[in-house]
Write a protein of this length. Structure first.
Length: 205
């Protein structure tokens, strides 16, 4: 995992800059009282953390493909993107749902095969939210919350957190895509990052 250390440092920087945030469980419960579709990677070593973390907030209906929420991003895998969309809409119909938890995780073997580091994983997942909102009529979709799971256990920083879920927001996509750390490894001031890089369309969650 040592070769991934810079990626974990980037993740910590995004958290410090408030571009990845603690999950607001009460807000999710309010918006998804009947539960939510959980789009996730089926990673053998981490899925139980993803499921229990989300299902502890609201009842979830999991839909799993390798890569999870990343597959909904632009130009990643059109075939699997279509499958996830169709399964999501079908779950809405069958289970009476209208909210999606769109989860990707790091490290992820599928993302590694795709050549994606941590930043690209987050960006593709945020693109997935935009895709779902374009593809599902607003009257059927109450919301999509992109979630990023980080396995800190072998990261040499924040190991005490284990596998932890964070919320990401589409309004911060450009800020995340252009985010830089200072030479000391400290996140640049928020005024240079998220205040001037707001997505023009999306609201939170």
């Amino acid at each position: 995992m040592e070769h991934l250390y810079p990626e974990f440092v980037l993740a910590e920087g995004l958290i410090q800059a408030n571009l990845l945030q603690e999950i607001d469980a009460p807000r999710i419960k309010e918006r998804a009282p009947n539960g939510a579709v959980l789009i996730s990677c089926g990673d053998r070593d981490r899925f139980k953390h993803h499921f229990t973390g989300c299902n502890g907030i609201v009842d979830v209906h999991p839909i799993c493909l390798n890569g999870g929420g990343v597959l909904l991003g632009d130009h990643v895998d059109p075939v699997r993107r279509k499958v996830l969309l169709e399964d999501c809409v079908e779950a809405f119909d069958v289970k009476g749902l209208s909210f999606v938890l769109d989860l990707a995780h790091f490290p992820c073997g599928k993302c590694t095969k795709l050549g994606y580091g941590f930043r690209e994983t987050v960006v593709r997942t945020l693109e997935g939210k935009a895709f779902l909102k374009r593809s599902i009529p607003a009257e059927r979709l109450k919301g999509v919350l992109p979630l990023i799971s980080i396995d800190w256990r072998n990261a040499h920083i924040k190991q005490e957190h284990g596998v932890k879920l964070y919320a990401a927001h589409l309004q911060n996509l450009e800020a995340i895509a252009s985010f830089e750390l200072s030479e000391s490894g400290i996140a640049l001031p928020a005024s240079r990052q998220d205040r001037h890089h707001r997505h023009p369309v999306e609201s939170r969650a």
